[in-house]
Ligand binder design. Structure first.
Ligand code: ADP
Ligand code: ZN
Ligand code: ZN
Length: 734
């Protein structure tokens, strides 16, 4: 008898689906498309997604499914369709793309979790007892609950540390109870009211409203730091909620702070679900499922939150759309901002991209009329734009990399009661360990650049060495390995050493270091800043401080040690540096106090600094776009990068040469250009020799056509079996 079968996409590095018969001889049902199933594969069991129905034919050899895992499709029509688009665009195996889009617990085949929220509320006895409770934490919590049940997430932000023990104390006395309630029935009263939007904000909010009427529209909210972009998001989200729709907000990894979530929760009057790398598997699966059930109305998350199911989608916001953390650098190499636009189109909802320093891609789209260009040209409220000074330090004596003028400025700001941020984009104690007797320096044994080795960074106050490229660590040797001398000296200044030095110089104020080393956990930074409060003090930090926590007392931002970025070979280096400088500068003077930015440099005449200081980001962007157009780089060309690595140097080059031959014949009449194969900018990392082949074309379509034509043969190349290789469409690092 002819029988049809399920086409199942499995998390395997293979492009095709596999056919399985239904379990128990039941008929095939089209409603199963988008559901998870457990299937036998060789001697293994895998969890896959039903992607279609195979045509009827004799299929006695097929194996049946082991289990159906979902009562309803996990991937609704739109998400399945968008993810299949993503697989085609990234030229990645569709089964792996679908698996990437699922939280790990669901990927493993675990059942959909319970998405009830846990809420606390006063009992009748609690309400009666409230006026007579002794002042203290239980009493404060009871007062908070007087207005109605509050869920635990909301209490985490509203009730302060230690509320849980207060809650249990109330529970023991029969005054409060904890119960599971459907998340969407929670409607915490907004505790903050919206400021009156200014004219530019109103225009932006109206543009989103009009776009929502029409369906999909990309909008670029191009607003200087502190201009009230977040306020525009909040009001646009409030309107989206009022239409009965869900909103998804993407934020960069460092932008999702407790402070930011608290601001959303205080304003929106619905539970705000956060999705980020700090959650465990169960928590992630819960938020994903709550969105899938339509219970989560607002999801705020980092990169992978772009895969959140949105059955009632109304709006997608991408905050700081230029941020590098939106690009996934391994596995499925997607760009969350770009995928958000694809989903917005499929969902027929507006996508609002916000930034003070838009990516050149988005700016070009806005200027070409493909995106609506919404501008916020002034800081909101009372805040003034900071004044910027370029400090020429050529021939000046430097201590820990700081000039006397800069030190005077720091003293001045502290004396006036302000806080100071010293920005230095170099983690660790010192970038190099040098032997003063013979010139030996500590190099990573596993990494190297074309010109030389890569120095290991000194950490731990001078005791440890660490490679920032591969993570290798070892203790600082007691003596020079080359000459046996004892004159090993840390050279140069990293944030640790800067902190040490500033602590000595400014003994009467707190000096806090903020970088990945000092604040590994998400809340650690919040606690550190809360400890500082509004007192005068100094923050020493890397780019972690460029965005995120609002620091109202910050009046001086001192930028030191950015000169290397002026001369980098990467075609995006200037864009990244300009964005970083503007973002860091934007931290100064966000409240009533006017801020100052001092940029200390050995290259005060450099055109990038001149343009930024005198013309602002847009003047820089104009000039940079003109250069990109002339050089044929994105956004005026589309790139893809084939990378290969192996223990020895030859196999990657041989594989990429073979790939090049295939691509050249596949793309013969399409005008794609092939550059390489060449050693990667860092030709050896973690002991692997690395090479790359760059594909470029003015036409996106031509690039993809060539890849489509060449990839089957490329995947079959025998040279590819002996090494690791990957394809990156729209690479950010070349
Ligand atoms: P951005 O996201 O552009 O950095 P925010 O939305 O965080 O800006 O706004 C900066 C500050 O200005 C915040 O403290 C915010 O509350 C305030 N603000 C925003 N819009 C207004 C407004 N229309 N009137 C008064 N204050 C505002
Ligand atoms: Zn030596
Ligand atoms: Zn290394």
């Amino acid at each position: 008898m002819p029988m049809s079968a399920y086409q199942v996409l499995l998390p395997l590095p293979l492009p095709q689906a596999f056919d399985y018969l239904p379990a128990d001889g039941r008929p095939v049902q089209a409603e199963r498309i988008g559901c998870r199933v457990r299937v036998p594969f060789g001697s293994r069991e895998l969890v896959g997604i039903v992607a279609g129905i195979a045509p009827a034919e004799a299929r006695a050899e097929l194996r049946p499914l082991l289990a159906q895992l979902d009562p309803e499709p996990l991937f609704h029509g739109e998400l399945l369709q968008s993810l299949r688009w993503l697989a085609r665009y990234t030229h990645a195996p569709p089964g792996e793309v679908l698996a990437t889009a699922l939280p790990a617990a669901l990927r493993r085949g675990e059942p959909l979790p319970d998405t009830h929220a846990w809420a606390w509320q006063l009992t009748e006895a609690g309400h009666t007892a409230l006026p007579r409770l002794r002042v203290g934490q239980p009493q404060r919590l009871a007062t908070l609950l007087q207005a109605g049940p509050r869920d635990e997430d909301a209490l985490d932000t509203a009730a302060g540390r230690g509320w849980r023990s207060a809650a249990r104390a109330l529970e023991r006395r029969g005054l409060a109870v904890r119960s599971a309630i459907p998340a969407h029935t929670l409607a915490p009263a907004p505790s903050a009211i919206a400021p009156v939007a200014n004219a530019e904000q109103q225009a932006a909010i109206a543009a989103v409203r009009d776009a929502a009427q029409a369906g999909f529209a990309p909008l670029l909210l191009d607003g200087v730091t502190g201009s009230g972009k977040t306020e525009v998001y909040l009001q646009a989200i409030a309107e989206c909620l009022a239409r009965g729709r869900q909103a998804l907000v993407l934020v960069p990894e460092i932008g999702l702070t407790p402070q930011m979530l608290a601001r959303f929760r205080a304003r929106l009057g619905v539970p705000v679900h956060a999705l980020h790398s700090g959650l465990n598997d169960n928590e992630r699966a819960r938020v994903w499922t709550a969105a899938w059930r339509g219970e989560a109305r607002v999801v705020v998350g980092t990169r992978s939150a772009v895969f959140t199911p949105l059955p009632d989608a109304g709006l997608i916001v991408v905050d700081e759309e230029h941020d590098g953390s939106y690009k996934q650098l391994d596995g499925i190499r997607y760009h969350a901002r770009d995928f958000a636009l694809v989903r917005g189109k499929a969902l027929a909802v507006p996508v609002l991209l916000g930034s003070a320093t838009p990516s050149l891609e988005s700016l070009a789209n806005a200027r070409g009329g493909r995106y609506a260009h919404l501008r916020l040209s002034q800081r909101a409220g009372a805040a003034q734009p900071p004044t910027v000074r370029v400090l020429d330090v050529r021939k000046r004596p430097l201590q820990a990399g700081l000039s006397p003028e800069l030190l005077a400025a720091i003293h001045g700001a502290l004396d006036a009661g302000g806080q100071v941020l010293v920005f230095k984009n170099r983690r660790g104690y010192a970038p190099v360990l040098l032997c003063h007797d013979c010139g030996w320096s500590a190099q990573c044994p596993r990494c190297s650049t074309p010109a030389s080795g890569t120095p290991m960074t000194v950490h731990g106050g001078g005791r440890r060495l660490q490679c920032h490229h591969c993570g290798a660590r070892r203790p600082v040797p007691p003596a020079c390995p080359d000459c046996g001398g004892l004159a090993l000296q840390p050279q140069g200044v990293g944030t640790e050493r800067l902190e040490e030095w500033l602590t000595q110089q400014f003994a009467d104020v707190p000096v806090l270091r903020v970088d990945r080393g000092s604040t590994r956990r998400r809340d650690a930074l919040a606690a550190l800043l809360a400890g500082l409060g509004a007192r005068p003090g100094i923050l020493v930090g890397t780019q972690m401080l460029a965005k995120g926590h609002d620091l109202p007392q910050l009046t001086l931002v001192a930028v030191v040690g950015v000169d290397e970025g002026l001369f980098s070979a990467d075609f995006r280096a200037h864009e990244k540096l300009a964005q970083l400088l503007i973002q860091v500068a934007g931290r100064a003077g966000r409240a009533e106090r006017r801020g100052t930015v001092v940029l200390q440099t050995h290259h005060p005449e450099h055109p990038l600094l001149q343009l930024l200081v005198h013309g602002g980001y847009h003047a820089f962007a104009d000039s940079e776009l003109a250069q990109r157009a002339a050089a044929g780089f994105p956004p005026f060309a589309h790139l893809a990068l084939l990378r290969a690595e192996a223990r020895h140097a030859d196999p990657p080059l041989q594989f990429l040469q073979a790939a090049k031959d295939l691509l050249r014949s596949a793309g013969a009449d399409t005008g794609i250009e092939l550059h390489g194969p060449l050693p990667a900018p860092m030709p050896r990392r973690a002991g692997y020799q690395r090479a790359q082949l760059l594909l470029s074309s003015p036409q996106r379509g031509a690039l993809h056509a060539a890849l489509d034509a060449a990839l089957p043969a490329l995947r079959a190349l025998p040279e590819g079996r002996r090494l690791r290789w990957s394809l990156d469409v729209d690479p950010v690092d070349l």
